[in-house]
Design a protein around this ligand. Structure first.
Ligand code: RB5
Length: 170
């Protein structure tokens, strides 16, 4: 086994964020630049990133890209999704209309961590007019490396699914 300078096996330093994932990314015209930045950032980390967004900066419609990414995640083509529009609002609202999507709009890593731990978020949305590229990197790192805690949180996520299925909660 290969050793580092401190004599410890390198495998001890393997971090969770080294696990490669298949990620769907989508954006409207406002999110083109941040999307390109994140594709490069995540690809360098070994992830496979599929671009469902636009590369045109002419005005277009975020629900189209929200639906494409949502379908890829819910349909199992990709493990997680990333969505970007100007605020992150429209694209997250649209994605959450697709059955099985739990899309969390995040502007910092703490709420992103909790969206994974408590809500089992499967898509993260960000606003390209709200945050910069370094904050976006921290958010996606957190999103891809934080596990769902289950337990009482699992019961609540099941209740969200029940709402999707038209059930009345009591
Ligand atoms: C586009 O101007 C803008 O409305 C869109 O990017 C997003 O912020 C919508 O929620």
């Amino acid at each position: 086994m290969e050793d580092n300078k401190m004599g410890k096996p390198l495998t001890q330093f393997k971090r969770k964020d080294c696990i490669a994932m298949k990620i769907a990314i989508g954006n409207d015209h406002v999110g083109v630049e941040l999307k390109r930045h994140l594709i490069e950032y995540l690809t360098q980390k070994g992830h496979e990133v599929i671009n469902f967004g636009t590369d045109e900066t002419a005005s277009n419609h975020y629900p189209i890209y929200a639906q494409r990414v949502a379908d890829a995640v819910v349909g199992g083509q990709c493990e997680r999704g990333i969505l970007i529009c100007g605020t992150g609002l429209g694209i997250s609202i649209a994605a959450n209309k697709v059955r099985g999507v739990r899309c969390a709009l995040c502007s910092e890593p703490v709420s992103c961590r909790l969206s994974r731990e408590h809500n089992n978020a499967n898509i993260v949305a960000m606003g390209a007019r709200m945050i910069g590229p370094v904050m976006a990197e921290a958010i996606v790192d957190t999103f891809l490396t934080t596990d769902f805690l289950g337990g009482r949180h699992g019961m609540r996520v099941d209740m969200i699914t029940a709402i999707e299925n038209g059930e009345k909660l009591s």
